[in-house]
Design a protein around this ligand. Structure first.
Ligand code: FCB
Length: 440
């Protein structure tokens, strides 16, 4: 199964999860205030020590023969106090971005990935309309200082997921006001931020590509569910998977009740970023934890009951996005927690097969960024979930290539998936991907 010669083979990370010691971020304050908020014995700490030495892991990405990397900038480093920009931090980011280019890794840069400067939180962050002005100014600074090194941009990572985790499930740093009202208000302000950032980038770099990374999962009524469960799955599917990107498409956000138009929003995307992980089963009324944790017979479930491995869901999602928006697509994240690497080789082969399948229908799937290059700080789940192609021991900082990292190296280096790779890394996939062939 062969991929186009201009396909981007990448991995993805985010600043707070890999840099370490982001002491001006709201996440840092959140962790410090109550370590019990983070699962397991370890907090973020040095993370993967990227602030001191991102270059070591970028060496690994190059050794893995990838040609792209998605990373994010920490707003709280660039602007530690309102209107005070830290030139040393900006220089460090220049060095990291240059290090990507030097290694043949095209950077895709996220401006906001789940963390805020503390001062912004004091001003109400996404629950205050002024956030759009601050975000525009931060973006303008990044464009002016680093824009020449950034061909692809993500303004905001997973806006809907971020809002849900803060205002509904309260697993992420949240303020006093939570609930539905605060959630939609935050989404509206994120749309304002996105539109402002999009135009700011395009004014200086019209050829840069700008979009958002949308967490899109498959939502289905529980097996054997009734009409109410199916209705509920459709409601959640539209709000969670479609509402944000629809707004970027039309300029109008349609929430639960009513809709609202935003100026300068329609058409503010050059591609759709898909972060795909799993399928969720729903029932109405929703159980505690919102989604069903019972999977069908034979389902493969990743570490810590994170979710079902459902590769065909990636195809369904790409197909849906292509039919709905007709825009180029990047798989901006895809992966699973699997410390022992028992499931990941098959996961990689099967998800990339879905990408290949979509490409074979001429859908413009332009690149794939595996989450993640290295194990990193997994937010409220701390270090209990290991998403890396390469394992990291957060205490010793020792790196160990998992078998999947070797497999991804072979795939990215050859632009193919072959039966021979499957036979060596995940023999159970041979008969699935090449029916009629036996492993070995
Ligand atoms: C995504 C996030 C990313 C990481 C992965 C596992 O939703 O964007 O930061 O936590 O999940």
């Amino acid at each position: 199964m062969t991929f186009p010669p201009d396909f981007l083979w990448g991995t993805a990370t985010s600043s707070y999860q890999v840099e370490g010691q982001n002491s001006n971020s709201d996440w840092y304050a959140w962790e410090m205030a109550d370590p019990g908020r983070i699962k397991g014995a370890l907090n973020c700490g040095l993370a993967c020590n990227w602030w001191a030495n991102a270059e070591a892991d970028l060496d690994i990405a190059a050794e893995m023969r990838t040609n792209a990397h998605r990373l994010s900038l920490e707003w709280s480093r660039i602007e530690p106090e309102p209107s005070v920009f830290d030139s040393a931090a900006i220089e460090r980011y220049r060095a990291i971005l240059q290090a990507c280019h030097d290694r043949g890794l095209e950077p895709m840069v996220t401006l906001h990935h789940f963390s805020n400067p503390r001062w912004l939180v004091e001003k109400g962050d996404f629950n205050s309309e002024i956030v759009a002005d601050y975000f525009q100014r931060y973006t303008a600074k990044v464009v002016a200082e680093l824009g020449d090194l950034i061909p692809k941009w993500i303004t905001i990572n997973e806006p809907i997921t971020y809002a849900v985790l803060r205002y509904l499930s309260r697993e992420f740093p949240y303020a006093e006001r939570t609930g539905m009202g605060a959630l939609f208000e935050a989404i509206h302000n994120m749309l304002r931020c996105h539109a402002a950032a999009y135009h700011t980038i395009k004014e200086s770099y019209p050829a840069a590509l700008v979009g958002t990374a949308n967490n899109m999962q498959v939502f289905e009524a529980r097996p054997g569910g009734n009409a109410l469960d199916r209705w509920w799955a459709r409601v959640v599917d539209r709000l969670y998977n479609d509402s944000w990107q629809d707004a970027l498409h039309t300029g109008r956000y349609r929430g639960l009740l009513g809709s609202r138009r935003f100026a300068h929003l329609a058409g503010t995307y050059d591609f759709v970023g898909i972060n795909y992980y799993t399928r969720f089963y729903l029932r109405f009324p929703p159980p505690p934890g919102f989604v069903d944790r019972e999977w069908g017979e034979g389902a493969i479930v990743s570490d810590g009951d994170y979710g079902e491995v459902y590769p065909y869901g990636l195809y369904r999602t790409m197909n849906h996005v292509w039919q709905r928006y007709g825009a180029p697509i990047y798989i901006t994240e895809n992966g699973l927690p699997d410390a022992a690497d028992r499931m990941r080789p098959a996961f990689l082969l099967d998800h990339l097969r879905q990408v290949w399948h979509a490409i074979s229908f001429c859908y413009p799937i332009m690149g794939y960024y595996h989450w993640s290059l290295v194990d990193n700080f997994e937010w409220d789940r701390g270090w209990t979930q290991r998403f890396g192609l390469v394992a990291v021991d957060p205490e010793t900082q020792v790196r160990t290539w998992r078998p999947s990292a070797h497999l991804y190296r072979e795939i990215a280096g050859s632009y193919t998936l072959t039966d021979d790779m499957a036979a060596r890394y995940a023999p159970e996939m041979v008969g699935v991907m090449w029916p009629g062939k036996e492993p070995g």
